[in-house]
Write a protein that binds this ligand. Structure first.
Ligand code: HEM
Length: 397
């Protein structure tokens, strides 16, 4: 027979159980084993629902155990013992002998104008140079010599051409225009000439801007416009080098045969090319003056282009000394060539009536051609009269 437990006995048992449970929680909070397995703490405290990430408006939570309500707060975790750190050596005193020696040596080298270089660990080996004495000579060349040579060559040539125009005026065919024409340059020759010419003009102007722009253009158009012009000029200068070089190669192949110097050229030079005095020296397709222009274009343009590529791809084939030499060659040859081409542009346009037709329509007046290229006209007429191979003579059945 079972007897019912009295009510006060049940209440007493419930109170005892509750006290036991509270005691176990307090023991866990203090890090003491409670008889069950100890809980392992995460090495990095996790924050929010995802590690390291908080939802909008979320308050960071830690999984550190909380003391149950009404219980005393858990004591802070015991700090780990600090790892021993090796002592950092004190920096050498300011007046250290070695440092002073190095600084003194560098100063003396700088005063003597010697090279000053250091040691670096980055791949760009040239960055180790702080001072390269040849750089001073190069700067002197760029800022003074090139400016003077370029200025005298270009302005001098413009002055000579203006003087020549005032004295001689526009050269016209003595017999006047005949109205009959003959083909002087075919489409390929003309298109290639204008490709070379337009590249050269942009290359020349953007190059002159590098030397003279700061002195001449900047005060005229102001810093913003000058910056925009110079930046565009630099891009054009670098990229037009390629079609210019291609044009030079095509020009060489098209015209080299007619530009080999011969005895006639000496006669042409002796007679001043017909510009001085009266009478026209004999010439085939190109006279001595034009042959000179051809070789200036091919050799001068070729060297300017080659030295330009050395500058566009720095340190690819040369060291710093080579870079500076390439710049000297490029700058000097370019300004001399610009001066020569100014004479060519003059004589090909306003200086001589009828000349420009050769490069626009390709057809020149017969009288113009007979005056300047009499032997070439004879050759062309002989070619025209020559029977076409395979063709039957007129009247033959
Ligand atoms: C606006 C600029 C230019 C004009 C008006 C011009 C005009 C001419 C003309 C009319 C001829 C044909 C001459 C003839 O019938 O015998 C010619 C030929 C030639 N041009 Fe130009 N040219 C210009 C720019 C250039 C430039 C920049 C170069 C080289 C970089 C150049 C190189 C040559 C060469 C090598 C010849 C063949 C040789 C000669 O006739 O002198 N030209 N040009």
């Amino acid at each position: 027979m079972t007897r019912a437990l009295p009510t006060h006995a049940l209440l007493g048992a419930a109170l005892a159980l509750s006290l036991l449970a509270g005691g176990a929680a307090a023991q866990q909070a203090a890090g003491q084993p409670s008889g069950a397995e100890p809980e392992v703490q995460a090495p990095v405290p996790e924050v929010g629902p995802g590690r390291g990430r908080l939802g909008p408006g979320q308050v960071p939570q830690t999984n550190e155990p909380h003391a149950p309500t009404g219980m005393p707060a858990a004591p802070p975790p015991v700090a780990a013992a600090p790892t021993p750190v090796a002592p950092i050596p004190a920096p050498p005193p300011l007046g250290d002998r070695n440092q002073a020696d190095a600084a003194e040596l560098e100063l003396q080298a700088a005063l003597r104008g010697e090279r000053i270089a250091g040691r670096i660990t980055i791949p760009n080996a040239t960055a180790a140079n702080l001072i390269q004495p040849a750089g001073r000579e190069w700067r002197e060349f760029h800022n003074r010599i090139l400016t003077w040579v370029g200025g005298v060559a270009v302005l001098g040539m413009l002055a000579v051409l203006a003087g020549f125009f005032l004295i001689r005026g526009r050269i016209r065919p003595e017999a006047g225009m005949s109205g009959r024409t003959l083909l002087r340059f075919n489409l390929l020759e003309r298109a290639n000439h204008w490709m070379v010419a337009s590249c050269f003009i942009v290359l020349g102007l953007s190059g002159l801007n590098l030397t003279f722009g700061r002195h001449l253009l900047l005060p005229l158009i102001g810093p913003e416009a000058f910056t925009a012009v110079s930046a565009a000029g630099k891009i054009a200068h670098n990229f037009l080098a390629f079609p210019f070089t291609l044009g030079l190669a095509v020009m060489f192949l098209l015209w080299v045969r007619d530009n080999i110097p011969n005895r006639l050229d000496l006669e042409w030079v002796k007679k001043g090319g017909g510009f001085i005095g009266r009478g026209h020296p004999q010439a085939r397709r190109f006279n001595a003056g034009q042959k000179g222009m051809f070789w200036i274009t091919i050799l001068g343009g070729g060297l300017v282009a080659a030295s330009g590529y050395v500058l566009v791809f720095p340190f690819t084939v040369t060291d710093i000394a080579g870079q500076q030499a390439a710049h000297v060659v490029h700058g000097l040859l370019a300004v001399l060539m610009i001066a020569a081409i100014l004479a060519h542009i003059y004589i090909g346009s306003i200086g001589m009536e009828g000349a420009i037709d050769a490069m626009t329509t390709g057809e020149v007046d017969e009288n113009w051609a007979k005056e300047h290229h009499a032997l070439w006209v004879e050759e062309e007429q002989a070619k025209a009269r020559a029977p076409v191979p395979g063709a039957k003579p007129a009247g033959a059945g």
